[in-house]
Design a protein around this ligand. Structure first.
Ligand SMILES: Cc1ncc(C[n+]2csc(CCOP(=O)(O)OP(=O)(O)O)c2C)c(N)n1
Length: 658
C-alpha cells in the first residue's frame, strides 16, 4: 500500500501540473520504499546532520519519487507543495533543486551529473573519515545512495566518474540502476546495447542484479549486500517497468515524459484498489508508517551526537578543527603566509604565482583539497607537502582526476556539497568547455568549487589554435553567479586566491597565464588588493584623464608601458586593472563612477579574448583590442604581437580614439 501510494501520488501530481514524468517514479517506488524505510539514515528535522546518508536522484526528471518520500517521511514539505509541483516559486520544481527543499542534496536534471556528483560526495566522505575517524569513533561512516537511469549511464560523464570511483575504491557509494529499457524515443535498444554490468565490473565496481523491481525484499537484500562491500562502489541493476500499474502505458515511452491522462490515472487507481474519484489521498496508516520511519532518524542522530560529544572530549583539537571548517569559516591567521612578490620586469607566470600561493596556505587549510585533470605540473596545483589521494590513501590531499575534465567538474561539485570541504580542480582554460555543465550547476546550486584554468590565451603559444582560448572568457562571464577572476600579475593572483577562499554563493574560476608576465611594482602603482573590487585604478595621471586604458590579465602591463609613452606625448591616461567583472558589478555606484567617470568616454579595453561584452565599459566612443578569430601556433610573444597585443598597437589605437 505504501508503494502504490507513492505511485499514485506521483501520477496525481504530474496530472495536476499536466506536465512531468510519472512513469519512472511508478517504476521506482519499491526501491524508494526500501531506501527511505529500511536503509537510509536521515533526520527530516535536521536535514544537515553531518553523518546522514546522502541520496541522489541522478535521473532528476523522476523527482516526484523524491518529493513523495520527503513529504511522507516528514521533511519541510506539505501536500500543498506537492500540489504545486512544477509551479512558480514552488519547492517542487520540475527537477530537484538544491537549496529549495530540505533533503535535496544536489540539483539534478542534466543526466549523468548526479551520478558524478555522488562520486565527489563519496570522496569527501572518505576524506572526512580518514581525517577525523578514530578507533571506536566512526564519526563519518555514511553512505551515498543514488538512483541512476539509462540516460545517466549513456552520458559520458557517468563513465568518467564511474571509472574514477572504481579506481579509487570508493566503497561507500551505492547506486541503483533503473533498468527499465525505455528512454524518450522508445526502447533503449535503439541506441544502447552494451552490457552495463560488465562495463561496471571492468571499472572495478561490485555488481548485483535484481530481476524484479517490484520485489522489495530482493532490493533490500541487494542493498544490504552492497553496504557490506566497503572496498568497492556498488551498482545494483534493477529491472523495473516504467509506468508500472498503468494498463495502457506500462513499458512504453508514453509513460516517460507526459501526464498519463485523467482516464489512465483513474485506471491506475482502480488497478491498485484506490478510489478513482479521489486525488492526493494518503491513507493514515501509510503516512504514519513513513512518519515513524522519519522520527527514527531523530534517535539515530541523537546517538551520533552522543558519540560526537565523547569524541570532542577525547579529541578536542580535531573536533575544533572540524567544527570550524564545517561552519565555513577560515582559521585565524590563514592569511599570514600569503606571499608578496617584489617588482620584477621579467616577472612570473600567474600559474606559478598561484602554485606558490596554494602551497603557502595549504598547511593552515586542511580541507582545501584538489588536483588536476592530469595537468598538475602544468597548472601548478600540486600541494607539495602533502600526499596524493589514492585507492590506498583516502587521506591524501592531491587528486589525480585523470583526463576527465567533465567528471572532475561534477566531482568537485559533490565535494563542495560536503560541508567543510573546499575543493579545487585545474586544467587548461580551453578545456573549460569540457566542464561547462558542472560549472553551470555549481552556479545554480550556489556552491563554491574553485577552478583553476591556466594557459589562458593565445599567449600560451606553440600548442596552437586548438589550445588557445578565445571565446571562453565571455562564455564563463555569461554564467550567472559564477565568479571569474583573471589576475594581471603574481600579486593579483595571491588576491584572487584570497577572494576565492573567502567567497561563497557560487563557483570561482581563476584564469591564469602560462607565460611570464611582469610583476607590477606595488610601491609605484596601486596595491594588488584592489582586485577585490573587481576593477581599480592601477595608475592615474595628474589632472583629468583624456583616456582610460582598461585591461585584464597578461595585457595589463602593456597598458602601463603605453601610459608612460603617452605621457611623454602629453596624453593623460588612467590605467584600470579589471580582473573581475562580477566583483566590479557588486560595487557601489559611487565606486564605479569614480573608476569610470561619466564624462570620460574615450576608453580602450585590451584583452586577449573575444571583445564581446566590453562595449558596456568602453562606451560608444571607445574601442576594444580583442580577438575575433581563432589563434595560431607560434611562440606566444609572436602570436600576441601578431594579434595586436603590443605596446605600439595600444598607443596607436589610443591615439586614434583621441
Ligand atoms: C544531458 C541530458 N540530455 C538530455 C536530457 C533530456 N532527457 C530527459 S529524460 C531523457 C531520457 C530518459 O531516459 P532514461 O534515462 O532511461 O529515463 P526514464 O525513461 O527511465 O525515465 C532525456 C533524453 C537530459 N535531461 N539531460
Amino acid at each position: 500500500m505504501c508503494i502504490n501510494t507513492v505511485r499514485i501520488l506521483s501520477a496525481d501530481a504530474v496530472q495536476k501540473a499536466n506536465s512531468g514524468h510519472p512513469g519512472t517514479p511508478m517504476a521506482l517506488a519499491a526501491t524508494g520504499h526500501i531506501l527511505w524505510s529500511e536503509i537510509m539514515n536521515y533526520n527530516p528535522k535536521n536535514p544537515d546532520w553531518a553523518n546522514r546518508d546522502r541520496f541522489i536522484l541522478s535521473c532528476g526528471h523522476a523527482c516526484m519519487l523524491q518529493y513523495s518520500y520527503l513529504y511522507l517521511t516528514g521533511y519541510d514539505i506539505n501536500m500543498d507543495d506537492i500540489k504545486s509541483f512544477r509551479q512558480l516559486h514552488s519547492k517542487t520544481p520540475g527537477h530537484p533543486e538544491y537549496g529549495l527543499l530540505d533533503g535535496i542534496e544536489v540539483t539534478t536534471g542534466p543526466l549523468g551529473q548526479g551520478f558524478a556528483n555522488g562520486v565527489g560526495m563519496a570522496i569527501a566522505q572518505q576524506y572526512l573519515a580518514s581525517r577525523y575517524n578514530k578507533p571506536g569513533y566512526k564519526l563519518f561512516d555514511y553512505k551515498i545512495y543514488g538512483i541512476c537511469s539509462d540516460g545517466d549511464l549513456m552520458e559520458g560523464v557517468a563513465s568518467e566518474a564511474a571509472s574514477l570511483a572504481g579506481h579509487l575504491k570508493l566503497g561507500h557509494l551505492i547506486y541503483v540502476y533503473d533498468d527499465n529499457h525505455i528512454t524518450i524515443e522508445g526502447e533503449t535498444s535503439l541506441a544502447f546495447n552494451e552490457d552495463v554490468t560488465e562495463r561496471f565490473q571492468s571499472y572495478g565496481w561490485h555488481i548485483q542484479s535484481v530481476a524484479d523491481g517490484n520485489d522489495p525484499e530482493a532490493i533490500a537484500a541487494a542493498i544490504i549486500n552492497a553496504k557490506k562491500e566497503t572496498g568497492r562502489p556498488s551498482l545494483i541493476k534493477v529491472r523495473t517497468h516504467i509506468g508500472f500499474g498503468s494498463p495502457n502505458k506500462v513499458d512504453t515511452a508514453a509513460a516517460h515524459g507526459s501526464a498519463l491522462g485523467k482516464d489512465e490515472v483513474r485506471l491506475v487507481k482502480e488497478n491498485f484498489g484506490f478510489d478513482p474519484d479521489k486525488s492526493f489521498v494518503i491513507a493514515d496508516e501509510v503516512l504514519n508508517y513513513y512518519r515513524e520511519k522519519g522520527k527514527a532518524g531523530i534517535k539515530k542522530e541523537d546517538e551520533w551526537n552522543g558519540l560526537y560529544k565523547k569524541y570532542k572530549e577525547r579529541y578536542a583539537q580535531e573536533a575544533r578543527e572540524y567544527e570550524l571548517c564545517e561552519s565555513g569559516k577560515l582559521p585565524e591567521g590563514w592569511k599570514d603566509n600569503l606571499p608578496v612578490f617584489k617588482q620584477d620586469a621579467k616577472g612570473m607566470a600567474t600559474r606559478k604565482a598561484s602554485g606558490k600561493t596554494l602551497n603557502a596556505i595549504a598547511a593552515k587549510l586542511p580541507m582545501l583539497i584538489g588536483g588536476a585533470a592530469d595537468l598538475a605540473p602544468s597548472t601548478d596545483t600540486n600541494l607539495n607537502d602533502f600526499e596524493s589521494f589514492t585507492n590506498e590513501n583516502h587521506g591524501g590531499r592531491n587528486f589525480h582526476f585523470g583526463i576527465r575534465e567533465h567528471a572532475m567538474g561534477a566531482v568537485l561539485n559533490g565535494m563542495a556539497l560536503t560541508k567543510g570541504i573546499i575543493p579545487y580542480g585545474a586544467t587548461f582554460f580551453i578545456f573549460s568547455d569540457y566542464m561547462r555543465p558542472p560549472i553551470r550547476l555549481a552556479a545554480i546550486m550556489k556552491i563554491r568549487p574553485i577552478i583553476v584554468f591556466t594557459h589562458d590565451s593565445i599567449g600560451l603559444g606553440e600548442d596552437g589554435t586548438t589550445h588557445q582560448p578565445v571565446e571562453q572568457l565571455i562564455g564563463l562571464r555569461s554564467v550567472p553567479d559564477l565568479l571569474v577572476i583573471r589576475p594581471a600579475d603574481a600579486n593579483e593572483t595571491v588576491h584572487a586566491w584570497r577572494v576565492a577562499l573567502e567567497h561563497s554563493g557560487g563557483p570561482v574560476a581563476i584564469i591564469l597565464t602560462r607565460q611570464e608576465v611582469p610583476i607590477i611594482d606595488q610601491d609605484k602603482y596601486a596595491n594588488a588588493s584592489g582586485l577585490e573590487q573587481g576593477a581599480y585604478i592601477l595608475s592615474d595621471c595628474v589632472g583629468e584623464p583624456q583616456l582610460i586604458l582598461i585591461g585584464t590579465g597578461s595585457e595589463v602591463h602593456l597598458l602601463l608601458e603605453a601610459q608612460e609613452k603617452l605621457k611623454a606625448a602629453s596624453i593623460r591616461t588612467r590605467v584600470i586593472s579589471f580582473p573581475s567583472w562580477e566583483l566590479f558589478e557588486k560595487q557601489s555606484r559611487e565606486y564605479k563612477q569614480n573608476i569610470f567617470p561619466k564624462n570620460i568616454r574615450k576608453r580602450l579595453a585590451v584583452e586577449a579574448g573575444s571583445p564581446i561584452g566590453w562595449c558596456k565599459y568602453v562606451t560608444d566612443e571607445g574601442d576594444i583590442i580583442g580577438i575575433t578569430k581563432f589563434g595560431e601556433s607560434a611562440p606566444g610573444e609572436e602570436v600576441m604581437r601578431e594579434y595586436g597585443f603590443s605596446v605600439e598597437n595600444v598607443i596607436e589605437r589610443a591615439k586614434a580614439l583621441l
